[in-house]
Ligand binder design. Structure first.
Ligand code: THG
Length: 265
């Protein structure tokens, strides 16, 4: 499973404060911790609600922090295509994720030319459009299919397409978990990769970490390829390595045994 570390996100109070104070040491520690616990990409979200220019300046600073820790791969998380374009111009190599595109006309028009410039970029596709996130899982799959078609037409390889069927809180609708899992199962048939922001599922509930852990196990059973998670949480690592072993993705259980020896959980 490709792990995208979620901790560098301007919506988190401590990160917002660190961005405002330009506290490089704090951000670098947060990055390093996630990498040490197995993050393959680090999600960088510089949105602190102070407008586009400030977001550009801040994502540039976050990218600097990232490269001061090492040659680490970024996932550029912004809802503003201009911020993504700018951030892409600053990254070192082509192995980078764009988080994200969706099926809104304006977003597609602005992001396609950017994606064309970087032909090896990995693209996270949210299954939503102008009308928001469909409650019907089949409609999410249809949006996913449309995005896959649009991206493959401009030369993006299916292997670089990560469809995110959008996890929503169970506290809002008790079927939100199952709607995601059904959409995921269908998208998996299209030979693209899949991802999600996991922790939304438990928003507003007690014992969130345990709820997230069980949901991650179910997602991995359905073949989830990647997740935006906090790998510093032992329950998350436990869910990943044990579920992968149980679903036949860990030959001779080598990875599981190695992780136990290294006291990963
Ligand atoms: N899909 C995609 N990208 C995403 C999401 C998604 N990016 C953002 C988000 N959802 C995933 N990332 C995070 C980052 C941090 C937290 C949750 C998801 C987090 N939340 C605390 C909480 O919910 O309690 C905030 C508390 C705090 O620290 O202030 O830490 O779905 N493609």
């Amino acid at each position: 499973m490709i792990i995208i570390g979620e901790r560098i996100n301007g919506t988190r109070k401590k990160i917002r404060e660190a961005i405002e104070k330009k506290d490089k040491d704090f951000i670098k520690r947060e990055i390093k911790k996630q990498v040490d616990f197995g993050a393959d990409y680090i999600d960088l979200n510089a949105g602190i609600g102070k407008g586009k220019d400030r977001e550009k300046e801040d994502i540039k600073w976050l990218i600097e922090c990232l490269y001061e820790v090492g040659d680490i791969l970024p996932s550029l998380d912004s809802s503003d295509p201009e911020v993504i374009d700018f951030a892409l111009s600053l990254v070192k190599n082509q192995d980078v994720m764009i988080n994200s595109i969706n099926c809104e006309k304006e977003k597609i028009e602005k992001l396609l030319p950017v994606i064309k410039k970087y032909n090896e970029v990995k693209v996270i596709c949210l299954t939503m459009d102008e009308k928001g996130i469909p409650s019907d899982y089949k409609k999410r799959v249809e949006i996913g299919e449309r995005l896959i078609q649009i991206l493959t037409e401009i030369g993006v390889k299916k292997d670089n397409i990560f469809v995110d069927c959008l996890v929503e809180p169970l506290s809002v609708n008790h079927e939100n978990g199952v709607v995601f899992l059904k959409a995921l199962k269908e998208i998996k048939k299209l030979n693209v990769k899949t991802t999600c922001g996991l922790s939304n599922v438990s928003f507003g509930l007690p014992n969130r970490k345990i709820v997230n852990k069980y949901f991650l196990a179910l997602c991995i059973y359905e073949g989830l390829d990647s997740a935006i998670v906090d790998p510093t949480i032992p329950d998350i690592r436990e869910a990943i390595y044990i579920s992968e072993m149980l679903t036949g993705k860990d030959e001779f259980c080598m990875n599981y045994i190695k992780r136990v020896k290294e006291k990963h959980f």
